[in-house]
Write a protein that binds this ligand. Structure first.
Ligand SMILES: NC(=O)c1ccc[n+]([C@@H]2O[C@H](COP(=O)([O-])OP(=O)(O)OC[C@H]3O[C@@H](n4cnc5c(N)ncnc54)[C@H](O)[C@@H]3O)[C@@H](O)[C@H]2O)c1
Length: 355
């Protein structure tokens, strides 16, 4: 098999912690170039990972390197342009989550992928959460019946990301909701089989961002309350076309016992399931039972991130997306857009999926 030539756009945290090391674990895959608008970041990444060429302009990189695959790891508002340009250059693209800062941008990226005949995948590594993979099997097997309620939760006690531009509304498109709520929302949507969302009642609050004491108590160092422009707590009820509901909770900071809660629970007419700790609930022979699947792996961010890179490469070989196609990223983003709209209007908002 011919070697797959990979380029990286945006060489910050996620590129260096997940994408580049992930590709470098794979045979017949070579990261041949990386690009960051900040030259020192591109150069340091190239040196650290022995990447032959580095650039500060992705257009130049795409023109010079004949890439088969590109990871787009820039801030959310800067996903669209490099993704489209990479697709048009003939590369397949793995774009970090969320697909873009809004669903319209995401839809433009999907259309570009279709036109170029290239794969576009969104980097949702929670699809490879081993507990979620078990729940998905039970859902597919019909063990839960009709899922009428789905609860997706990603909460942190003091976990505001203080690196990069996560507090900048224009560059990120939002805060806790678009950053971590998106993981819980995508997993919940995937587990219940991507039902079509119809409307949303949501609230995106900034409750801790302007608070100096909360900023000082942050696990990742203090943030600057003056520069905090986004939501830190967001909640929504999403109504689906089949009459079921999804409830979403996302926070970067809240007064809760744990530093980190990531969970999805599903309730169906034949059974229920909870992600963590993994349990399935049902009736057997007239007796209510709890089922605990025996698993030999636990959720592990690094391992799941590696699988997402590996499956992206396998998708290129298989000539079809093997997980999280751009279309699903747009549906998820359409819900997030509607939550932000509902916050502004104070009303239930329809979900527009621009595809
Ligand atoms: N899947 C996950 O769990 C996960 C975790 C963290 C971040 N992310 C996503 O990854 C993306 C980046 O996040 P991060 O934490 O790596 O941020 P970061 O700030 O550490 O890195 C982003 C990099 O992009 C560079 N950049 C900005 N504009 C550019 C341009 N025009 N051309 C080239 N480079 C440019 C910046 O200089 C920076 O080095 C975001 O979309 C974020 O949501 C995903």
């Amino acid at each position: 098999m011919r070697e797959i030539r990979v380029g990286i756009i945006g060489c910050g945290g996620i590129a260096q912690n997940a994408h580049i090391p992930g590709y470098q674990r794979l045979e017949n895959v070579k990261v041949v170039a990386c690009c960051d608008i900040v030259e020192s970041v591109a150069k340091t990444a190239a040196e650290k990972f022995s990447i032959p060429h580095y650039y500060t302009d992705y257009e130049k990189m795409l023109k010079s390197e004949r890439l088969d695959a590109v990871s787009v790891c820039t801030p959310n508002s800067l996903h669209k342009e490099p993704t489209i340009m990479a697709l048009e250059s003939g590369a397949h693209v793995l774009v970090e989550k969320p697909i873009a800062a809004n669903a319209e941008d995401g839809a433009a990226m999907v259309r570009a992928a279709r036109k170029a005949g290239r794969i576009l995948i969104v980097g949702f590594q929670e699809r490879f959460n081993p507990y979620g993979m078990v729940i998905r099997k039970f859902v597919e097997g019909g063990d839960l019946g009709w899922i009428y309620y789905n609860r997706a939760v990603y909460l942190r006690r003091r976990g505001v990301p203080t690196w990069g531009v996560f507090l900048d509304r224009k560059l990120q498109g939002g805060g806790a909701l678009i950053d971590i709520g998106v993981h819980a929302l995508d997993l919940a949507m995937y587990l219940q089989g991507f039902k079509r969302p119809v409307s949303v009642l949501g609230r995106a609050y900034t409750l801790f961002g302007k608070n100096k004491e909360a900023a000082e108590a942050n696990a990742w160092g203090p943030w600057d309350p003056e520069k905090f422009e986004v939501d830190d707590n967001s909640f929504a009820v999403v109504s689906m076309e089949d009459g079921s509901f999804l409830v979403l909770e996302a926070s970067w900071a809240s007064h809760i016992k744990s530093q980190h809660i990531f969970n999805v629970s599903l309730r169906g007419t034949q059974g229920g399931a909870q992600l963590d700790p993994i349990e399935i609930y049902a009736d057997r022979n007239g007796v209510a039972v709890d089922m605990t699947p025996i698993l030999y792996t636990k959720p592990d961010w690094r391992e799941q991130s590696y699988i997402k890179i590996k499956k992206f490469i396998e998708s290129i070989i298989a000539e079809k997306p093997l997980y999280a196609p751009g279309e699903e990223g747009v549906v998820v983003q359409s819900i997030i857009d509607a939550i932000y709209r509902s916050t502004e209007t104070g009303r239930v908002e329809p979900v527009h999926i621009p595809l």
